[in-house]
Design a protein around this ligand. Sequence first.
Ligand code: GAL
Length: 657
Amino acid sequence: MRLGVCYYPEHWDRNIWREDAKRMIDLGLEVVRIGEFSWAMIEPAPGVYEWNWLDEAVDVLGCAGLKLILGTPTATPPKWLVDTHPDILAHDREGRPRQFGSRRHYCFSSDQYAAESRRIVTAMVERYGQNNAVEAWQTDNEYGCHDTVRSYSPEAAKAFRKWLQFRYGDIAALNEAWGTIFWSQVYRSFDEVDLPNLTVTEPNPSHVFDFYRFSSDQVVAYNKMQVNIIRANSPGREIYHNFMGHFTDFDHFRLSEDIDIAGWDSYPLGFLDVEDYPAAEKEKFMRQGHPDFAGFHHDLYRGCADGRLAVMEQQPGPVNWARHNPAPLPGMVRLWTHEAAAHGAELLCYFRWRQAPFAQEHMHAGLLRPDNSPAQAYEEVQRAAKEFVDLKTQNESASFKSYAPKVALIFSYETQWMSEVAPQGAQWNYIRIVMQWYSVARSLGCDIDIVAPGSELDKYEFVLVPSLFHVSASALEAFSKTRATIFFGPRSGSKTETIQIPKNLAPGPLQEIFPLRVTHSESFPDFHTEHGKFAGEKVFSHIWLDHVETSLAPLVKSETGAGLLYRSDRIWMFTTVPDENFLYLALTAAQENSVGNIKSLPTGLRMRANGELQYAFNYNAEISDLPSQFFPDIPTTLIGAKTIFPADVACWRKQQN
Ligand code: GAL
């Protein structure tokens, strides 16, 4: 894995660029990402291009020996463009245009904006596409950040009608798919269909779901437009985009089909603060981030782009945008760096080189303080860079290709959208449930691939499906073909692809491989749990309960007699959301030594193998010992030891036998 940094030459006097570049190299960085917010500096007035400063920046950085990733500048359309074409603006749910003065104010459905984007991207790519220093491109910046995937503008309404027409062909098919006979919602033509906002009470869920799918497709199409320009004018250069954490408003699997490397922006402390984690976890990991936050996204995005992963922005200190902004525990920046490498990242860039003393992010740390002195992370980066060189020398002959987790977790963007559109219970939160399954498997020491529904599953021993509302024909085929043990969570197969109840009831098509039928379901408030007995222990579940008819005897029965867990041959099915211990017991019961370890790692410790290297990470603020089951008796480690200091790393070569 190479190291790099995000840099904004336009923020600084030209006469320090050279020194900055030299310091980057001295620090051990090889890559620099620039340009992604620079439209107003490249084209200060309509049609007036000023390349001079960027030519010089590219030249200075390139001559210093850095490789450049150029960002297309479309996340920040300039003021003159907004004033000339106000119809490029996205509209919020209330139908109000989102105004100039921050970023990402454009609407993905605006034809005018697409044309302007084509123009500026073409100009930039024609100028730098063959430059030797430019090794790659990043399209735009964080599609969807600040809630910008779904725009309720007149432009979006027009494009949505076209999308529906293309999808359904004739309006009768749409009426059928949405069930518009209900509440007299029947449409006579596609022109009559509006966006699903501002309705008196909840809009039709199929309508909203199609709007979510449409909005996702618009992002994919917009990105593809940029990708085509880059491919045509910048041969041999790879294309990245920088995805975000816990963000699901577009289908990242689909967008990644068009790029080469899935990048993402890793801000573990900011996300622990703004997300809905239990208070005790927020306190325990305040300066470290949740131990599964980075791992989950590495595994998800690696799965999006056929194994090619990068961290485009790594938090180096306090951010500015969370509700509270603590500093990482000393060691964490180095830990996150090694962890990215362990999960297969090929590049990690820190955000940002130097803290800006002005504007929205003036309190956001960089590797340097605004006065140019090294900030907290500087030394950690220096150390990590040196360790990467050492690891490489020590492992010259090692193979890093044999990279094959035995566990797959299925993640479905459509299930997330269906969950938002038709939750049927305020506690139901798909991504939270997915994170919980991921955490339980990780605490068992498992390496995990996160894959899209319908992916080939033959190479796995275990497949985890926390829930999958709509089971497509390809997903059913993959489940049928694999010999893996599969665990399904509740609500799987409970909807058709337009949010109707399957003709044969839930779990719909899964009835072909699992003899059970859901007769009715309940959702519960947070104070209610179901409980039963499993493996000699009292086990708990919550949030949801499917009542079923089946010839199978339940493995776990609630006190009221409802089955909570069933098994048929290699397939296991929960009718409820198990808590962590229940899930842990079920997974270990099914394991029968096929995955390896059946003990849980101590809290805050995580393992990950990459090729011949085995890593362990201590997310705790205290010293932790790796149980010997996870740490075989080997002569030497390459980094650290069996006793791992707070925010520290251990790495050793796996034993060959
Ligand atoms: C990211 C974004 C960067 C910067 C950073 C601050 O979301 O891509 O431009 O704003 O957050 O943490």
